[in-house]
Design a protein around this ligand. Sequence first.
Ligand SMILES: C[S@@+](CC[C@H](N)C(=O)[O-])C[C@H]1O[C@@H](n2cnc3c(N)ncnc32)[C@H](O)[C@@H]1O
Length: 266
Amino acid sequence: MSDTPNHWSRKLNDAPPAVIALLIQLLAVAVVATALTILWRAHNVRLSLPTTLVVQAALVLALTRWCNLAWWWLLIQAVFPLAIVATLMLPIPSLAYFGIFAFLFFFYWSTFRTQVPYFPSTKKVWKTVERYLPAERSISFIDIGSGLGGLSLYLGQRRPESQFIGVEIAPLPWVLSHLRTVFTSTQVRFLRRNYHSLDFAEFDVVFAYLSPAAMPDLWEKASREMRPGSMLISYEFPIVGSEPDLIVCPDDVANHGPQLYFWYLK
Ligand SMILES: C[S@@+](CC[C@H](N)C(=O)[O-])C[C@H]1O[C@@H](n2cnc3c(N)ncnc32)[C@H](O)[C@@H]1O
């Protein structure tokens, strides 16, 4: 396949939204910088910093709309240049920038690609999941995207006869969850893996708290690999086009808020 414009527009369509957003910002910086230079050299006109930022934001917003990114990207894109200039004006030592960058880098890792950031489920969710696990036999359970490991550690303590595993792609949450197993005597294991590399056939229960973007691929993998009689659980995010067998609200006192979706594989 040659590098035709069609080829590149398809490549751009497949790119993660965060990459497209960054490319838009860079393109807008290049356009605005060129326009500023021409204005200054040819007409001796200099725009103030606030005006330049408004022009940059306007251009970025137009390009973001043109690329059809979700509405929240408009907000992020408009604030981004202002936030950079504002933080550069603060008396923050460069080492602090490096520290914050390193923390975010290792904590969120490939979120720009997976579109699944870290946010933890609550104890109410863990207790509800526990209620719906097969009770009469030992099971193998996996939390795909285990974050800081709260769910697996909780279930591991409640069901010591069963096997609980968490897989996490981001290094820092994985290290922290692994350290938690060192300080609490538990059989729970945490692996630093992309769940796509696992074979779901090895598990009786697969638990996912991911994001809408991850659900179509997850369903495709689960229905291909999971054994009949095994169970897929998703917290908060349903799967478009696949009716769950059971929907449970973890906060069963007030019947609202995110739900737990259960599929029993046939
Ligand atoms: C919403 S958090 C859920 C954390 C945890 N399961 C809980 O219930 O508290 C999703 C986690 O999945 C991780 N993740 C995203 N994509 C992944 C992948 N392909 N393989 C493994 N982990 C992934 C993210 O780094 C993040 O920590």
